[in-house]
Design a protein around this ligand. Structure first.
Ligand code: HC1
Ligand code: SF4
Length: 569
């Protein structure tokens, strides 16, 4: 143990503790900008500097460890001046038009500048400006980049894709796509983890809010919205609605007030995905000669990763479309028939916790209804928050409402799609039923829960052993793929989600500085599942009716046409 003094508080901490962590025990949170625990502890921004008695130079607290007898001051005049100068230097290369910035009100640089009482920037202002493809789902604004390196580290160390790198040198140093590629050529999975780890507004998703407003204003269009499972866990994080009131029912009521004609649930089509994917798995498994496992394909970040990193393995991805795309295909075929309208009259909006879903909806070969596109626009949870804020709703007056029927009925199995392990658990609940004709206990497969990056389990279904793996984070997916290909591990069914923790921690979710919320949001989905009367996809009455009245049965000719894809383009 090491004894030291921080801001006149005597504390004792373990040897090797970083000063930034030791300060917490003295009741101080040292400000930081570039710091990301275990990923980016490089002292690049120099906002976390502290004064150590007897030392001329200030020390960065994120990458210097405590020493016996140290006397540290975290907010001395010297520290304050240095921090202010460092922040001014950062601002001198940053376009601080805060009012029009996507991160206004939720920007670490803005907060630190305010806290340090920076009222002027006493340096010449000169920021980088470069063009970027405005149609690409991931957007970069070079004029906002503060070169903190967080995006580089998250992409390298967590996602193993190395999309970003430092380019140029000296004054012109900036962060750009690595190896002189442009973003379209790079193997970006579009998971959006660089966006949620950016402390400012340099990385964003493409903003599609105006496309939604345009559709809502068009009297000729019937607007249909689907809401992904994970969105309900986070939609109100910045809305001044306390957690116990931020219910799914209040979210539905908000969407109705915004003016959508029909508010539906992606949990419905998650149940449909289970019916198709579960059937696909059982067909392959019963053939008895699977060389490689069946891989889930509902995460477009993972599908893009597979296509660029393991192209020979794409054929082992499930052909079942994601719930988002199944929803769009059903809305513009079956539901258009129910309404008796031309499918092109329906405008289908998805609200997703995800940046890659914007790409998925635009894949040409994924559109199989008679309409031009199955899903017209995808917005993220963050974009939803903006739309709801603009509505100026008084949440104390708003009453909860239910999703519309029939595409708004979803099971607890559908809800847990939004958390790592949830797709596997949901699939096994129904696979068990399809094989045995009996429902398993709904919690029989809970060993695949939890935030470990690579989980494995074995289950016995009617005397047959099924080996499964569940992975989240693309670095873990790479390790898994390499082990499978080398023959070190063997599974029958594998779930992969690109974002650590699954969609709850997705690239389109609200950004809460320094907080990894995937697991807490995931717990809310398990609570929803436990509270549901319907916990099995195959018991969803709307799904049964869809098969009875329209699709006939899972894997039928029409189901294949509408609900499956070859992942070709
Ligand atoms: Fe997901 Fe999915 S769970 S992919 O992770 O299969 O985005 O939430 O909507 O489509 O259901 C995301 C979440 C989501 C799909 C479902
Ligand atoms: Fe999108 Fe979910 Fe995949 Fe992340 S894990 S890329 S949020 S689908």
């Amino acid at each position: 143990m090491v004894k030291l003094t921080i801001d006149n508080q005597q504390i004792e901490v373990k040897e090797g503790t970083k000063i930034i962590d030791a300060a917490v025990l003295a009741g101080v949170k040292i400000p930081r900008l570039c710091f990301l625990r275990d990923l980016n502890e490089i002292g690049a921004c120099r906002v976390c500097v502290v004064e150590v008695e007897g030392k001329e130079k200030l020390l960065t607290s994120c990458n210097n460890v405590v020493k016996e007898g140290m006397v540290i001051r975290t907010n001395s005049p010297k520290v304050r001046n240095a921090r202010r100068t460092n922040v001014e230097l950062i601002l001198s290369q940053h376009d601080f038009k805060c009012a029009t910035c996507v991160r206004s009100g939720n920007c670490s640089l803005q907060e630190i500048s305010n806290d340090l009482n920076v009222l002027n920037v006493n340096f010449d202002i000169d920021f980088e400006q470069r063009s970027w493809n405005p149609d690409f789902p991931l957007q970069k604004d070079f004029s906002k980049c503060i070169k903190c390196m967080r995006c580089i580290q998250v992409c390298d160390k967590i996602q193993s894709l190395n999309i970003w790198d430092i380019v140029n040198s000296g004054y012109r140093t900036t962060v750009d796509v690595s190896w002189n590629r442009n973003i379209e050529q790079a193997d970006c999975s579009l998971c959006g983890q660089c966006i949620t780890h950016c402390p400012v507004g340099a990385l964003m998703v493409r903003n599609d809010i105006d496309k939604v407003y345009k559709a809502l204003e068009d009297p000729e269009l019937i607007t249909v919205v689907q809401v992904a499972p994970a969105v309900r866990t986070a939609w109100a994080e910045f809305l001044n609605v306390d957690d116990s009131h931020a219910t799914t029912g209040l979210m539905v009521a908000s969407l109705k007030r915004i003016g959508f004609d029909y508010v539906f649930d992606t949990n419905f089509s998650a149940d449909l995905t289970i019916m198709e994917e579960g059937t696909e798995f059982l067909e392959l498994y019963s053939e008895g000669n699977m060389k490689y496992p069946l891989f889930t394909s509902c995460c477009p970040g993972w599908v893009r990763f597979m296509k660029s990193q393991y192209p020979d393995m794409v054929k082992y991805l499930s052909t079942s479309k994601s719930p988002q795309q199944m929803f769009g295909a059903v809305a513009k075929s079956y539901y258009a028939d129910i309404l008796g309208v031309n499918p092109n009259k329906i405008f289908c909006v998805s609200i997703m916790p995800c940046s890659a879903k914007k790409h998925e909806a635009g894949i040409p070969s994924i559109n199989d209804s008679q309409a031009d596109r199955d899903v017209d626009v995808v917005i993220t949870t963050r974009e939803l928050e903006k739309i709801i804020k603009a509505e100026n709703l008084d949440f104390t007056m708003l009453k909860e409402e239910s999703f519309d029927s029939p595409l708004g009925i979803g099971s607890g199995a559908g809800a847990i799609f939004g958390v790592t392990g949830g797709v596997m658990e949901a699939a096994l609940r129904s696979a068990y039923f399809l094989v045995t004709g009996k429902n398993p206990d709904p919690d029989s497969f809970k060993s695949v829960r939890g935030n470990k990056g690579w989980k494995e389990s074995k289950f016995n279904i009617d005397g047959n052993q099924v080996n499964v793996a569940v992975v989240s984070g693309l670095g873990n997916a790479r390790k898994l793929m390499d082990s499978i290909i080398k023959g070190d591990v063997k599974y029958d069914f594998v779930e992969v989600m690109a974002c650590p923790g699954g969609c709850s921690g997705g690239g389109g979710q609200p950004i809460r500085e320094g907080m990894e919320l995937a697991s807490a949001r995931g717990e809310k989905l398990y609570d929803i599942d436990r509270s549901m009367y319907l916990r099995y996809s195959h018991e969803n009455p709307s799904i049964k009716k869809l098969y009875d009245d329209y699709l006939e049965k899972p894997s039928s000719h029409l189901a294949h046409k509408l609900l499956h894809t070859d992942h070709e383009s």
